[in-house]
Design a binder for this molecule. Sequence first.
Ligand code: ATP
Ligand code: MG
Length: 357
Amino acid sequence: MKTYKIAAIPGDGIGKEVVAAGLRVLEACSSRDGNFKLDVADFPWGSDYYKAHGVLMPEGGIDELKAFDAIYFGAVGAPDVPDHLTLWGLRLAICQPFDQYANVRPTRILPGIESPLRGVTARDLDWVIVRENSEGEYAGQGGRSHRGLPEEVATEVSIFTRAGVSRIMRFAFQLAQSRPRKLLTVVTKSNAQRHGMVLWDEIAREVANDFPDVIWDKMLVDAMTVRMTLNPGSLDTIVATNLHADILSDLAAALAGSIGIAPTANLNPEGRFPSMFEPIHGSAFDITGKGIANPVGTFWSAVMMLEHLGEASAAARLMRAIERVTADPALHTPDLRGNATTEMVTQAVCAAILGAN
Ligand code: ATP
Ligand code: MG
């Protein structure tokens, strides 16, 4: 019997609700499978921790996490703590030292869920967005001078390194190659941004030489939003910078029905450090405590975590259970225009896992 050590960091707001639900579903997966156990440790880090201790996670927190096989994350952010503090203080504070440079975001229309795009079904919208997760526009470089004065200047410098762009490009080509359509779209803004984005274009061409069976094309990010909306079936695997993919994946999640459904894996593909799995949504304080958060994105990220751990059959069983539940409109939460609660969806997914073969 294998045992995996999982660090659960529920974080803030609905993060706490959906991670609690996700851990129940994972427990059902383990007991149904019978071949692996999950040893879960809970870390109460986030905005509450910040209010008590002045930091979002303790010093030495990263060293503690190193011992785990994977991190299961909820969301971070609270209305009374500045957003950039929470993001840099916890999410990026984990992604960066663990070199989780590949952020992978599958988007697909699940059974029973309607896209806001008329007539678009699962057949037309089945994407994986690969987001560069270690540099680019979110490298944190820049500064402010003449603070508060009329001549104030702020710079926000993007960093694109040959090594950083090459490794994400290679990862994206490999992923595209592993999918049936072998189709990759490389997104940049190289008409307006003449340095980093041109480097992206050049490296895409170089890496493409090693993947002759992958069909690839280039899109400017603005035109990409139009293509995603008007011609979703022409896309499969997508790779973009930290900022561009951040925006495109919110759009993708909305087109697939709700931001509450979409999962993310922050991968350290070489496996030197733990990878982190989370829903793409945030802490959503407007619905916190109401018991109506959609847990499907967090469940789907558990699927990705099980795949990463090598438990492919448990992952597939969990995905089938999720799809069986989304197919039933009586089990849709309010973000999907239904009346179901987090609890109802969680119970139904657990029952589908335990009853499935
Ligand atoms: P962040 O600042 O981290 O992006 P946020 O608090 O702005 O977080 P988001 O997660 O971006 O919230 O979500 C925007 C809105 O979408 C929320 O206010 C909420 O109404 C809705 N929403 C997000 N996640 C869910 C979910 N899992 N279930 C239901 N509704 C959700
Ligand atoms: Mg938001």
